[in-house]
Design a protein around this ligand. Sequence first.
Ligand SMILES: Cc1cc2nc3c(=O)[nH]c(=O)nc-3n(C[C@H](O)[C@H](O)[C@H](O)COP(=O)(O)OP(=O)(O)OC[C@H]3O[C@@H](n4cnc5c(N)ncnc54)[C@H](O)[C@@H]3O)c2cc1C
Length: 394
Amino acid sequence: MISIRVDQNRCVACGQCVEACPFGQIQLEMDVATIGDRCTLCGSCISACPLEAIELEGAQPVANTMTDHRGILVWAELSGGQVKPVTFELLGEARRLAHQLGVPVAVALLGASTSSAASDCIKYGADLVYLVDDARLALYNDEIYAAVMEQIIRMYRPEILLMGATTYGRSLAPRLASRLNTGLTADCTQLAIDTEKRLLLQTRPAFGGNLMATITCPQRRPQMATVRPGVMKALPPDADRQGQVIVPPVEIPQTSKTRVLEVIQLQGDQVDLTAAEIVVAAGKGIGSAANMKLIAELAQLLGGVVGATRPVVDAGWISYSHQIGQTGKTVSPKLYIACGISGAVQHTAGMSGAETIVAINKDPDAPIHRIAHYSLIGDVIDIVQALIAELKKR
Ligand SMILES: Cc1cc2nc3c(=O)[nH]c(=O)nc-3n(C[C@H](O)[C@H](O)[C@H](O)COP(=O)(O)OP(=O)(O)OC[C@H]3O[C@@H](n4cnc5c(N)ncnc54)[C@H](O)[C@@H]3O)c2cc1C
C-alpha cells in the first residue's frame, strides 16, 4: 500500500508544503509538517518541498519503466464498422504532438472487418495501425477490449495514449489506467508537450469549470488522456499517405462476465450536435418552452440543429441530448447563434471553439458578448422572429 511520509530529520517546517496542498491536509506541529488522514496522495507537497523531505512509501520504482516507452497511440473507436470522427480528431492532435517529440503515431484498431477503417486511419495521420480483426470484437465489450488493449500497450509501450471521451472511451480508459497502474486525465480541452521532460501537459476545466488545470503524469507510462469529440481538429485526409498495418500476436479472452447481445440505436429525439456546422442554441432567456419552436424554426431555415443550455434542459424544454457545455456536448460548428444565453463558463466550455459566434442577449454586459464575434443587443424573441422573417423572404 502506498503512503506518504515526512522525514522529520530533513523537514525544517518551512511551510511550503502547507501552501501547496490543495486539500488543506498539512499542518505544522512541533516544527515539523504533519499530514492529515484525508490526504489523497496527489503529490503536490512532494514537488513543493525544497528539501525532498516528503516521499511516497510503497510506490513502485519507476525509472526503469519510463525510458523505454516511445510514441503516441490512439484508440480507434468504431461505430457500425466506420471510424468515429473523434478518432480522426485525435490523430490530428497526435501528429502535432508527435512532431514535437520526434516519434511515430500509431492506432490500435479493434473490431471485425476493419480493413477500410485501417486505411482511413492512415489517411488521417497514423504511421502504424495495430490491427486486431476478429469476429469476437465486432461489438464493443469493456472486459474483452480492455484485455486486448492492455496486451497491445504492454507490447508496443507508447509514452502517450489518447482516447475519445465518448461513452465507450470513458468506460475503457479508466479500466486500462487501472490495469497499467498509470494516470489518466479525462476530458482534456488542450494538450501540449514539455519537450525537455517529454511530458504531456493535459489541460482540462477544474473546480466546476472555474479554472483550467494542467495535469502531468511524470512517473508512469503511458500518459493517458481522453478528449471529447469536437474539441480537436482533424487533418484533411491524405489518400497518398503511407502507413504500416501490423497484426499483433494478442490473445482474445474466450469469456467475459458480460455479453453484448445487440446494439440498438436510440430512436427519436437524437441529434448529432458534435458534427453540426450550424447550431442555434437556446438559453433561459428565451422565456418559455413554447419559444423553443422559434429556435427550432431558425435552426431549420439555416440548415442547422438546436442546442441548449443546462437550465433549458433542466426545465424540460428540450432533451438532454441537446445540452452543450461541461456536462453536455462539445461543439465546434462554423456558426453558433446563442439565443438568450448568459455565457457561463460551464456553457462556453462546450462551444467556444465555434468559428463564428453570434450572441443575442438584452444585457450588453452578459459574459457571452466577450467571446461573441457579433452581438445583437435586444429582446431575443423579437430578433429571432426578425431573422426568421428575413430568411423566409430569401
Ligand atoms: C458543475 C456544473 C456543470 C454545468 N454544466 C453546464 C453545461 O454543460 N451546460 C450549460 O449550459 N450549463 C451548465 N451549467 C450551468 C451554468 O453554470 C449556467 O447556469 C448556465 O449555463 C446558464 O444558462 P443560461 O445562459 O441559459 O441562463 P442564465 O444564466 O439565466 O442566462 C439567461 C440570459 O438570457 C438573457 N435574457 C433574459 N431575457 C432575455 C430576453 N428577453 N432577450 C434577450 N436576452 C434575455 C439574460 O440577460 C441572461 O444573460 C453547469 C453548472 C455547474 C455548476
